[in-house]
Design a protein around this ligand. Structure first.
Ligand code: FMN
Length: 301
């Protein structure tokens, strides 16, 4: 998730038992220009493994070269292609969800990347551009081009984030590609919803986005419910504070003091659903130093 699943957050999730993290997307054009900021975004800590790096772009040769550079420099366990992002700046440059409208370009990208790297290449997409049936043909092209895994967000580009994810349609798409594992994505936030999404779609696994924001425990909680039927309780407020402090420490290590400014957007998510914290919300999203964060956390206690 752009601006969210960076090194500090992925490391926190991993240490809490998440089986596999997908890193936020990076621009293939910026990678081939060896842009230092983008290269840093693609660097990671060995403790994050297994880890998938996502890239976006529209030129097959640039995408292949970016994938090669990423593999050579950082050795992630797989590389994912963003074919689902609906954001204007992305689709107006023929990236992200735009590729659903250009299946032959999507095919060329996958094929070029498969030739350029040795690690698996996966694709993240949506049900379609405007029609939620676009995916039924599109996933066949993706499979035929050699993708090793397909993740499908059960909404169209035009839906953005409105309405409810259509797990039935993900299931229909899943049945078009019998030889490729499929992850169902969209609106999965609890063990119960994960079970329902899997039952309805027949997918091989779940991909969780917003359900992990401020809730890095959730991935493991859902994993245990699915695999051992174990019900892990929600984290206590003390555990939340411990992890927030750890998150803050990693932010400073990775970004310097500026990391605390970048942490601000995560903080409200950590307290979502807790009554009473709203009074200190405005202070929480203004913290700039570890001391200021500590002071606010003390008040929450
Ligand atoms: C803030 C934000 C950033 C996102 N960034 C990415 C991204 O970089 N790559 C991607 O494939 N999807 C991205 N997504 C989409 C999510 O991965 C996911 O498909 C979508 O949120 C639906 O799943 P969810 O209901 O589990 O969140 C992003 C979503 C949000 C809300």
């Amino acid at each position: 998730m752009a601006d969210m699943s960076d090194l500090p957050f992925c490391l926190i999730c991993k240490e809490l038992g998440t089986p596999l993290m997908f890193r936020e997307m990076v621009s293939s054009e910026a990678i081939v220009r060896l842009n230092p900021k983008t290269l840093k975004m693609a660097s990671f800590d060995e403790r994050e493994r297994p880890l998938v790096q996502q890239i976006f772009g529209s030129d097959p040769q640039v995408m292949a070269e970016a994938a090669r550079i990423i593999e050579e420099r950082f050795h992630p366990d797989a590389i994912d292609i963003n074919m689902g992002c609906p954001v204007y700046n992305i689709v107006s440059n023929f990236n992200g969800a735009f590729l659903i409208k250009e299946p032959q370009r999507a095919r060329a990208i996958i094929q070029a990347m498969k030739k350029a790297v040795t690690v698996p290449v996966s694709v993240k997409t949506r049900l379609g551009w405007s029609q939620d049936t676009d995916c039924l043909e599109f996933v066949k092209v993706v499979e035929d081009a050699g993708a090793d895994l397909i993740s499908i967000h059960g909404r169209t580009k035009e839906q953005g984030y409105s309405g409810k994810a259509n797990w039935e349609r993900v299931g229909e798409a899943r049945r078009q590609v019998p030889n490729t594992p499929v992850l169902v994505n969209g609106d999965i936030t609890t063990p119960e919803l994960a079970k329902e999404a899997l039952a309805i779609s027949g997918a091989d696994g779940v991909l969780i986005g917003r359900g992990g924001l401020g809730n890095p425990w959730n991935f493991y909680r859902i994993l245990r419910a699915l695999t051992t039927h174990q019900d892990i309780p929600e984290p206590t407020i003390e555990e939340r504070m411990r992890v927030i402090r750890e998150h803050a420490k990693l932010q400073v290590q990775h970004y310097g003091e500026h990391g605390l400014i970048k942490l601000r957007k995560h903080l409200p998510w950590y307290f979502k659903g807790f009554s009473g914290w709203k009074d200190i919300r405005s202070d929480l999203v203004r913290i700039s130093t570890t001391q200021e964060l500590d002071n606010v956390l003390e008040r929450i206690k």
